[in-house]
Ligand binder design. Structure first.
Ligand code: AMP
Length: 303
């Protein structure tokens, strides 16, 4: 029988008798990962901010399929929230998250406190230079520095062979992939397509903020992307025409305000005026007080 690992901080037991291993300190997590690596086990990491939904769980299933051990992190990272953003209201559900993690087959949940992640005197950040100067980076200055910094730390703490991210946060995936390449991190990055509610709203922990009427208006994001796809497939190549159509459709729904509608190159994220073979349509829309993002690729059917 396998020896119990000495590094385990807590085993959270549930009535049904299953348990999931929870680690709260950096040192214990590093020792645990090192032990797994020494035993020849491969590790995937799924970083999350918790309040888990089916989108997160899909990332975990992918991680599980690709490695021997699956670690997830649950950490609401204060450094990636700007002043006036929803750090304090961000939804949390520790018990529910641990149950979902257990059910999907997570091996270890890394759940540090803010003080554990950012010790006194902390003063280093990881910054990708250009990719954050687009899309969400423009309305959330410093956000991606916070993301790359915490993800680099999580990589150093959990030592994964691969890490799984959602394409819903397209720019985040692009920025992290760039960081991994630029800093020669020996970690494979996997991107998973956006998981949607049955009515096609992209799943997000922030959907929880939406009132019933706002929830209906939130569907305008997906509808406008479908419209953009139809226009593109119909031969429209002018970014302005597509952007205007997307904007009109969204603004015809109550409670909506546009943060950005971008048609850009999917690699550099530079805006395009004339669409090429492969283009990213990225949206950020406020519905009431809730800021939602979504994206899709506009590309020829044959690609
Ligand atoms: P978050 O907890 O919002 O930081 O998200 C953690 C990870 O889950 C990120 O890689 C997100 O891109 C991913 N994610 C969030 N929502 C979805 C979704 N609807 N479909 C796929 N991945 C998602």
């Amino acid at each position: 029988m396998a020896k119990k690992n000495r590094c385990v901080t807590a085993q959270v037991e549930f009535l049904e008798g299953f348990c999931v291993e929870v680690i709260e300190t950096v040192q214990e997590m590093q020792q645990r990962s090192e032990a797994l690596r020494s035993a020849g086990q491969t590790i995937s990491l799924v970083p999350t901010m918790g309040f888990l939904h089916e989108g997160h769980l899909e990332l975990m299933r992918v991680g599980k399929r690709h490695s021997d051990k699956l670690i997830i992190s649950i950490f609401v990272n204060p450094v990636q929230f700007g002043p006036g953003e929803d750090l304090d209201q961000y939804p949390r559900d520790k018990e529910g998250d641990l149950k979902k993690a257990r059910d999907v087959g997570v091996d270890i949940v890394f759940m540090p406190s803010v003080g554990e992640m950012y010790q006194e005197g902390y003063q280093t950040k990881v910054q990708v230079e250009n990719l954050p100067q687009h899309l969400c980076g423009l309305s959330r200055p410093g956000h991606f520095d916070g993301v790359t910094t915490v993800v680099a730390k999580l990589f150093n703490i959990t030592r994964p062979h691969m890490a799984v991210f959602g394409q819903k946060d397209y720019q985040q995936l692009a920025v992290i992939s760039r960081m991994v390449m630029d800093l020669n991190m020996d970690i494979k990055i996997l991107g998973v397509p956006t998981v949607r509610e049955p009515d096609s709203l992209a799943m997000s922990s922030r959907n929880n903020y939406l009132g019933a009427e706002e929830r209906k208006s939130a569907l305008s994001l997906r509808k406008s992307m479908d419209l953009a796809g139809e226009l593109f497939q119909g031969g429209e190549k002018k970014a302005k025409v597509i952007r205007d159509a997307v904007q009109s459709l969204i603004l015809s729904h109550p409670f909506t305000a546009i943060d950005y509608i971008a048609l850009c190159d999917p690699v550099t994220l530079d805006d395009v005026e004339v669409l090429g073979d492969k283009n990213l349509l990225a949206l950020a829309v406020r519905v009431g007080k809730t800021r939602l993002i979504d994206n899709c690729l506009l590309q020829n059917d044959s690609d």
